[in-house]
Structure formats: C-alpha cells, structure tokens
Design a binder for this molecule. Structure first.
Ligand SMILES: O=C(O)c1cccc(O)c1O
Ligand SMILES: [Fe+2]
Length: 280
C-alpha cells in the first residue's frame, strides 16, 4: 500500500510565465518564493512552494504527493512497476527543481502525471501572501478521470486514499482527516481539473468574488456551498484555462473507522446547496 501523507505541489507548464506570475500574485494571492529563470515557485503555506509554473507546454501538469521516506518511495516504485506503471526516478537536477530530496514519477490509470516525493523543502520564512486573499493553505486537487470506478480502485487499493463521499460515481477521497485531497472528475483527457486553496473565512470568499470580478477574472462557479464537504466556495479561471477554487470550512472526518461514504446524486444540487450553477 502506497501511503500518501499529503499533497505536496502542482507543477504547470505555461507559455507565458509573466502572465502566470501576474495571475498568481495579483489575483490568486500566492507569494513568490523564488523565480529562477524559467520557473516560478509560489508559496501558500510554510513550505518553499506548493505551485510551480515553468516555461513549457500547458498540457504538462503534474501533482506531487508526499510519502514518509525513501524506503516508502522504493516500495512504491516496486508496487507500481509490478502493476505495469512505468516508474521514473527523479534525477538530482529534477529533485532540485522540485525542492525535494527524492521523487518518483508515474502515470495513474487515466494518464495523470503523479509524483511521489520525500522531504519537500520548508521555508524558515512565514507565508505572506502578495494580496490579502486570506489563503491558509493548499488543500486539494481535482484530477480528470476516464473511468471513475477504475481510478477510485487505484487510489484506494494501490494507495491509501479513502472515499469520503461520492457524487454519482465520482469519488471525493481523503488521505488524512481532511474531507478530501483528491477529487475525481470525468473528462476526455488526463490532467488537473482544479486546484483548491483554503481561505480563512466566508468573508474572504466573498471579498475575492468582488476582487476577481473587478479584475475581469472569469468566475466559473459560485459563490456557493458544497453539501459534501460543507465548504463555501468560489471557482475562477487562471492561466491556460486552469480552474482554481477557494474554499472555507471543509469538514474533517472525525472517526476513520466508522465513517461511511455518503451517496449524492449526479445533479447540480449535489455541487451547490445554494443553487449556484456551474459555468464551465
Ligand atoms: O468540497 C467539496 O465537497 C467539493 C465537492 C465537489 C467538487 C469540489 O471541487 C469540491 O471541493
Ligand atoms: Fe474542490
């Protein structure tokens, strides 16, 4: 069993680093940790980075998860190899560009690029956002899936994810107490469906709604409230069409042993209990 501890980062190729920086700082509200030539490292918490934009093809999208140590990494590589997922061991240069001690890369059954990392770098400096968006951290990703049932099996049987709730056949899965860290989203191609950051309060969600509207950032869903996690949310579009979500008040699963996933219908009211309609 591959024991995922936490999300570590997302890495996105972009054709225009300047636009990505402008969005990430002026709209999303992350902090530039480092800008090194062709890569921009952005912070949302006490880590050195949780989002990296690099000069490249926007179709290059990778999600990194932390595992405990190099022994776990080796065991994960053996498991994946045995299941027929080719595994790439990060070179020294690739580790440096991810600010980790070691990592392996592979594709999940839908073809999403996943990395498992050991010892992601922290910063001694506290996170100080470039605008007052109220971000308190990087919380979950949506991953496209071409077969929700198959991918749920991969994340829960090969890895340690547990299903917190389902909307239709689509699973919201946790790897720790937080309601979900991985959400599967049916779609035609592999890649990241959305990137979630938590904010401090309801006020931050609504403040951002006005701030982003004023900046002509396309709002694609919300403000609303998810019946599943209970979170109040706002989704908006960033560089290369990527969707970002702010949310506040995601439930924690109190009892790991007794929690049973709830089944919600595949319908709009399962995504927003206030009646907001998704516009993407
Ligand atoms: O927070 C949630 O419950 C949620 C539900 C559906 C889709 C999402 O992106 C979510 O974050
Ligand atoms: Fe989400």
């Amino acid at each position: 069993m591959i024991e995922l501890k936490d999300l570590s980062y997302v890495r996105f190729g972009t054709s225009n680093l300047e636009d990505a920086e402008s969005f990430a700082t002026k709209c999303l509200g992350l902090q530039v940790g480092e800008q090194s030539g062709k890569a921009l490292y952005l912070r949302s918490d006490d880590r050195a980075h949780t989002l990296c934009y690099f000069e490249g093809d926007p179709a290059e999208q990778t999600v990194g998860f932390e595992v405990d140590d190099e022994a776990q990494l080796d065991a994960a590589a053996a498991t994946l190899d045995q299941l027929g997922h080719p595994v790439h061991a990060g070179t020294a240069g690739e580790c440096a560009s991810r600010k980790v001690k070691a990592f392996i890369g592979f594709k999940d059954p839908s073809g999403n690029h996943i990395e498992l990392v050991v010892r992601p770098e922290r910063s001694g400096k506290r996170y100080f956002g470039s605008r007052d968006a109220g971000i308190t951290g990087f919380s979950h990703v949506g991953l496209f899936t071409s077969d929700p049932a198959r991918d749920e099996r991969f994340w829960t049987q090969v890895c340690n994810a547990r299903v917190s709730d389902r909307i239709g056949d689509v699973a919201l899965m946790r790897v720790n107490a937080i309601h979900h860290t991985i959400a599967l989203a049916p779609g035609p191609k592999a890649g990241v469906h959305h990137v979630n950051h938590q904010v401090e309060s309801n006020d931050d969600v609504l403040r951002s709604y006005y701030h982003l509207s004023e900046k002509r950032v396309p709002i694609v869903f919300g403000p609303g409230r998810h019946p599943t996690s209970g979170a109040r949310f706002l989704y908006f579009r960033g560089p290369d069409g990527m969707v970002f979500e702010y949310s506040i008040g995601v439930d924690e699963i109190e009892d790991e042993d007794t929690h049973r996933p709830r089944q919600f219908g595949f319908e709009p009211s399962s995504l927003c209990m206030w009646g907001s309609k998704r516009n993407w």
